[in-house]
Design a protein around this ligand. Structure first.
Ligand SMILES: [Zn+2]
Length: 504
């Protein structure tokens, strides 16, 4: 049976294995055995279990950990690195809406592969892609993004983004300050067809299978961007399929003030509409008040913390310690590659440090074990894999990362978890397996020619840059004063909660 891949046993032998299991076991000179994509043994290195047919890969001198989980990205943004500077979210959106045009399936595929490459090379084996397509989700686009992830070999949960309100109707802008020509243009935009979105999703979720590394869930956006009808249709779809939903929530104050102050808040509204449950994840969760937190806890949702993006766009500080105290699981996400570095190690580090500014009682600050455990457990939960990823134990899927311990970051080595959180940036990642397949070998992607991918991505970016019409840039400029005024006035407005800091 030695040639039968299904029954082949891959044995990672030697090195220090950190399991992140319930007992938090660590094995120096450890061993992991993998068969059919599943972990069948984790423990001390054991020659007794060997067979001559095993593929043994020496891990002496390595640190072996479960693959990290990036619980929020937007794959298209891998083509937009270096395009954002000093822009709060609303200005960023203004620019994306004005200059972004539909991407071809090939462009979508290249963007997804490039995003996956950045993640795998820095130790991320599982990702939630909040997949955004313009003008709206298409069957071909969804196939392309899936192909982009699958050809590189990352585990992906694809949450398909959808909203049906024009952006200008989702923010507290004074319409009198926006040129009439621009308002006319917003009004003339075709409304995305929700029925078409759900028809594509019916087919997509029917193809989800328990053992496929790629799956598709809902990504309908925050309630301020959705019509009442869309919210109703989303609740109906959830009741029938219970497939999971991933969405932005209360990222900026300009979003939060759009909630009806007399009625239920956004989170409670989603809960009452049957949209969110324990399979749902809410991203950012910054401008959340006590009832938003209570509703999130009642719904059993996971919150995704994106500290690098929140800092880069100046969105605010998420009340993560309050979420933890309420028993809400918190995972970490990088957000799009244009809003911060795509390294989850750096993301977790930033998140950990920011939490230290929101509570003076240092006994409440999370330490390295808590941050790492939260990232693994809650990330896996948000992806829909629960205890099957983010842990090295029998029966888990074999998503495994092997790091060099020899570099200057880790010499001399102190506490292992503190090293991972406070020093590592992903550059020590040497080998990676996803679902038992080796996808990174000696710091190189195994499935494709990286130089070819990078050069195709560069060509796409140059071609798309040339396609941006001059009138798109003029539209941005003509709306800029109204947007700037809206952002500054909203931040001044008393709201009852504060998520930014003022230094006295
Ligand atoms: Zn996002």
């Amino acid at each position: 049976m030695a040639n039968d891949k299904e029954n082949e046993v891959i044995c990672l032998r030697g090195g220090t294995v950190m399991t992140f299991d319930d007992e938090d076991r660590v094995f120096e000179n450890g061993e992991i055995r993998i068969c059919g994509g599943e972990i069948i043994y984790v423990g001390p290195s054991s020659l007794d279990k060997s067979s001559d047919d095993d593929t043994v890969i020496d891990q002496t001198g390595r640190l072996i950990i479960p693959g990290l989980i990036n619980a929020h990205t937007h794959s298209y943004s891998s083509l937009l690195k270096g395009t954002v500077e000093r822009d709060p979210l609303d200005l960023y959106m203004l620019s994306i809406i004005a200059t972004g045009s539909a991407m071809s399936p090939r462009e979508i595929e290249v963007a997804a592969s490039l995003d996956a490459v950045s993640m795998l090379l820095t130790g991320v084996t599982g990702v939630i892609d909040h997949y955004s397509e313009r003008p709206a989700l298409s069957g071909d686009g969804l196939k392309a993004v899936r192909r982009g992830f699958e050809r590189v070999g990352i585990r992906a949960t694809i949450a398909t983004m959808f909203a049906d309100k024009p952006y200008i109707d989702t923010i507290p802008i004074n319409r009198e300050t926006v040129p009439q020509e621009i308002l006319d243009r917003y009004a003339a935009q075709p409304v995305p067809d929700a029925a078409e979105y759900f028809a594509i999703m019916e087919q997509a979720v029917a193809m989800n299978s328990a053992d496929s590394p790629t799956r598709v869930i809902l990504g309908v956006d925050g309630p301020q961007r959705c019509s009442d009808e869309l919210i109703e249709m989303t609740g109906d779809f959830q009741r029938r399929h219970h497939c999971g939903l991933h969405t932005h929530m209360l990222e900026t104050k300009t979003q939060a003030v759009m909630a009806d102050r007399k009625g239920p808040g956004f989170v409670r509204r989603m809960l009452e509409a049957g949209i969110i449950d324990e399979k749902s994840s809410l991203v950012h969760f910054i401008w959340a008040d006590d009832d938003d937190i209570a509703a999130a806890r009642e719904g059993g949702v996971t919150v995704i913390h994106c500290p690098a993006s929140n800092l880069m766009l100046g969105a605010g500080l998420s009340p993560v310690l309050r979420l933890r105290d309420a028993g809400i699981p918190v995972a970490f996400g990088t957000d799009g590659s244009n809003c911060g570095p795509p390294s989850l190690f750096e993301t977790m580090r930033m998140g950990c440090y920011l939490m230290r500014l929101t509570d003076p009682d240092f006994e409440k600050w999370p330490d390295a074990p808590e941050v790492l455990r939260s990232a693994y457990r809650s990330g896996s939960r948000a992806m829909g894999w629960n205890e099957k990823t983010g842990v090295l134990k029998n029966g888990a899927r074999a998503d495994v990362v092997s790091l060099d311990q020899g570099g200057h970051w880790h010499s001399p080595m102190g506490d292992l978890k503190r090293h991972l959180l406070h020093y590592e940036n992903g550059s020590s990642v040497s080998d990676v397996w996803v679902d038992g397949m080796q996808v990174v070998k000696n710091k190189e992607i195994t499935a494709l020619d990286l130089d070819g991918l990078l050069s195709e991505a560069q060509d796409i970016v140059l071609r798309r840059r040339d396609m941006v019409p001059a009138k798109a840039m003029e539209a941005i400029e003509s709306q800029y004063p109204a947007f700037r005024n809206m952002i500054l006035e909203t931040l001044k407005d008393g709201f009852g909660i504060e998520r930014r800091v003022t230094l006295n």
